[in-house]
Design a protein around this ligand. Structure first.
Ligand code: IDP
Ligand code: MG
Length: 371
């Protein structure tokens, strides 16, 4: 493999490759109008970049049948393809950039929230299909952007690690998806303002301003920045879970973290109630194991600890091991003390944002003693 083959450019389609916004807007308007619903420019701005099911839910509320959803979605897409068919035009700089990146040996994938029929029509009309090693549509994933699922799936299929991927996006939800997937992102202000896309690593007003050199720069400059910021003091929330406190393992578990240089700056024993459990595990709401998880975490007292240290969040996740003790590496807390995927002894925050949120759920400011 050459260097470039281990790197990838992942493209959004609507608003990046083609200026399709007007046709999406018109086809939604036409379809909702037939259902007796007004669809305004503001509605459109709000739902831009969402998947059809999410848009229909946003407009109709939760109460619609699967048949109604399918009928609306189908009618909208048929209208969209009819309206755009003779108007498919690549946005400035796109065709050259696609060809140049291909020529340089990078891998490329297309990750769009729309159905495959739309992607087929547009990539077919523009003659650009051969530039993509993989194409992911909205229905290849269970969560639309801003979830990183689609981009992460593309990276996995290409065999490229997320930090070696550059995503090209125009929508706020798309930039969020790229960044929360650990990828680099170039945002083009075709549909949204530069301020709203500020999370991107580079913001351009046209893809004519981007070439292979720029893509390489986005990949490397940021690597240097990340390395510099990789030695940061962090705090993370650890919970010693019911299965572990019941077996008197709190001391042994705390010891593992202290041995790695992590400092206790907050600690308490508490019996979580359901409300706190549901807030703490809010991201898992709706998953099949959610109710059992809430019952379990509230079944006995837990020890909540705030640890502080260099790269505390990553270090703690490493010390804990994989979620499932059967898959955790030997010598990790979960491999040594965990029972099964639910009774896995410890919790640790998984990102700086979640660490801040979780610590605030369990500790007041005056309950943390640092320095
Ligand atoms: P993490 O604790 O390693 O961050 P998450 O995916 O955030 O793992 O899941 C939160 C907790 O939910 C896990 O620690 C475990 O107790 C429980 N859990 C996760 N997946 C399953 C499952 O498939 N079955 C039962 N419980 C699960
Ligand atoms: Mg978690």
């Amino acid at each position: 493999m050459t260097d470039n083959q281990t790197r990838a450019v992942l493209w959004d389609m609507d608003g990046v490759i083609v200026d399709s916004g007007l046709y999406h807007m018109k086809s939604w308007q036409e379809t909702f109008h037939q259902t007796g619903i007004t669809f305004t420019d503001d509605n459109f701005k709000h739902v831009f970049g969402m998947r059809n099911d999410e848009i229909i839910r946003a407009m109709l509320g939760k109460d619609f049948t699967q048949e109604k959803f399918e009928a609306i979605a189908q009618a909208k897409e048929v209208a969209f393809r009819r309206l755009i068919k003779d108007n498919v035009k690549a946005l400035p700089g796109v065709l050259k950039l696609l060809a140049d990146i291909n020529e340089a040996g990078f891998q490329q994938a297309l990750v769009s929230s729309t159905p495959m029929e739309n992607i087929d029509l547009i990539t077919g009309t523009l003659g650009i299909k051969h530039h993509f090693q993989h194409i992911i549509s909205g229905y290849d994933v269970t969560e639309g952007k801003p979830s990183p699922q689609g981009y992460l799936l593309a990276a996995r299929r290409l065999g490229v690690s997320p930090e070696n991927c550059v995503v090209i996006e125009d929508a706020v939800a798309g930039v969020r998806a790229a960044k929360s997937g650990g990828m680099k992102c170039i945002a083009v202000t075709n549909t949204h303002s530069a301020e709203s896309l500020a999370e991107a690593d580079l913001i351009v007003s046209s893809l004519e301003a981007v070439n292979v050199g720029v893509v390489k720069q986005v990949l490397t400059v940021n690597k240097a920045q990340e390395e510099r910021s990789s030695n940061r003091m962090e705090r993370s929330l650890v919970l010693i879970k019911p299965d572990a406190t019941k077996r008197n393992l709190a001391g042994a578990i705390i010891n593992r973290f202290e041995q790695r240089g992590l400092k206790i700056v907050g600690m308490k024993l508490l019996h979580m109630d359901k409300a706190l459990a549901k807030r703490h595990y809010a991201v898992h709401e709706g998953k099949p194991f959610f109710n059992a998880l809430v019952d379990y975490i509230t079944s006995a007292p837990i020890v909540a600890i705030v640890f502080e240290g260099q790269n505390a969040i990553g270090l703690i996740r490493k010390t804990m091991g994989a979620t499932d003790p059967a898959k955790a590496e030997k010598g990790t807390i979960r491999a040594d003390f965990g029972v099964d995927i639910q009774n896995n002894a410890v919790h640790g925050s998984d990102s700086p944002e979640n660490a801040v949120k979780e610590i605030a759920l369990f500790f007041g400011k005056n309950e943390i003693c640092s320095g």
